[in-house]
Design a protein around this ligand. Sequence first.
Ligand code: CTP
Length: 405
Amino acid sequence: MKPFRRILTGKKILLGVCGGIAAYKIPGLLRRLIKEGAGVRVILTEGAEAFITPLTFEALCREKVFCQCDFLNPPPGCIPHTELGAFAEAILVAPATASFLASLASGDARSLLVATILASRAPVLLFPAMNTKMWEHPAVKENVKKIASWGYKVFTPEEGALACGEWGPGRLPEEEIILAHLEKTLALQDFSNCKVLITAGPTREPLDAVRFLSNRSSGRMGVALAEAAWKRGAEVILVHGPLSSSPLPLIRRIPVETAAQMAEAVLSLLPKVDILLMAAAVADYRPQDTWSGKLKKTSPSLTISLERTPDILKEVSSRRKPGQVIVGFAAEEEEFLPQEARRKLKEKGLDLIVANPIDRPETGFESATNEVFLFFADGRKIHLPLAPKEVIAWQILDAIKELQK
Ligand code: CTP
């Protein structure tokens, strides 16, 4: 198993900031990049300097921040646009203003930022943010179309309340979204052309109008798998029960409540997918009878009969097409983990089962970390030591990639 390395660790990122009100958010983004271990250099346009000072950025990245004055009056021996252009493994511009987009679209290299982009062959990610009427103006639309046709990624601004008091598309996306796009740009796209269906979270089996049977699954492992697969280029569909953490809004989601609804969603999508990762903690039983209103406490005791829910994976294995990879998950007491995992692997006709011990506080349900054992249909076993669920998700995908070869 390859050692895990965060995507942005050691990556050289050039951060361009233009003169829009969203510039005040960019020091926060810079901090996140530095925390991820990226090496960041910053260019501020003249407009950006009117909103925020170079000193703020310099204090965060501990590097000289380049401004327009450095272009015409460079530090001795330095050619800023070619040096920064060669430094960058990715160029990220946020906020990208209408005037910046116009200069880039016309190849006008009078600003240091545009000149640097022209002098670089690194991937370029542009996050426009401006007033809605400006964003929708044909001049801006034309410029965006032209820039996008050269392979630069121009991300549509988010809709919401704008600094000018209006409501509409024009907002800079949240840091999380910008970072996710950057990670996807820099990650090896080894799951491109691959459709991955992932289930996550618990199911809820209703008893009456206000009560249900469920379990302690948070859905974090499934969400981590969905985000990792998306960053690695997969087309991801996440079928999930109630989650305690929300996945990146960039991921296609199908929310469900019950095991029966999850079964219906999974089985209808199955013919179109290459990989199924069944990380959901599906309820095994549901109340046989349900009350339409609220169940009242009229008797001293109450017996509820439960019936089995459909076993989704068993049904999947009888319908699977050649070449599909089917992965199950199992949370087990440590003592019985190997035999239970191998039993389920066989009974459910899986290629791989990911098993984690439930009798430790730092693994499994509701925890941010996990330690798992991978059992393969060919008899192999791999141990993934305790790590954040994001790391475990990445390693599980590495193992699946090996299976696909
Ligand atoms: N699973 C499923 N349908 C169910 C129950 C579970 O597809 N009705 C899937 C889970 O999503 C998981 C795998 O089967 O990937 C193993 O789930 P687990 O609850 O550990 O196994 P069970 O089949 O419920 O077996 P047992 O009750 O004996 O532990």
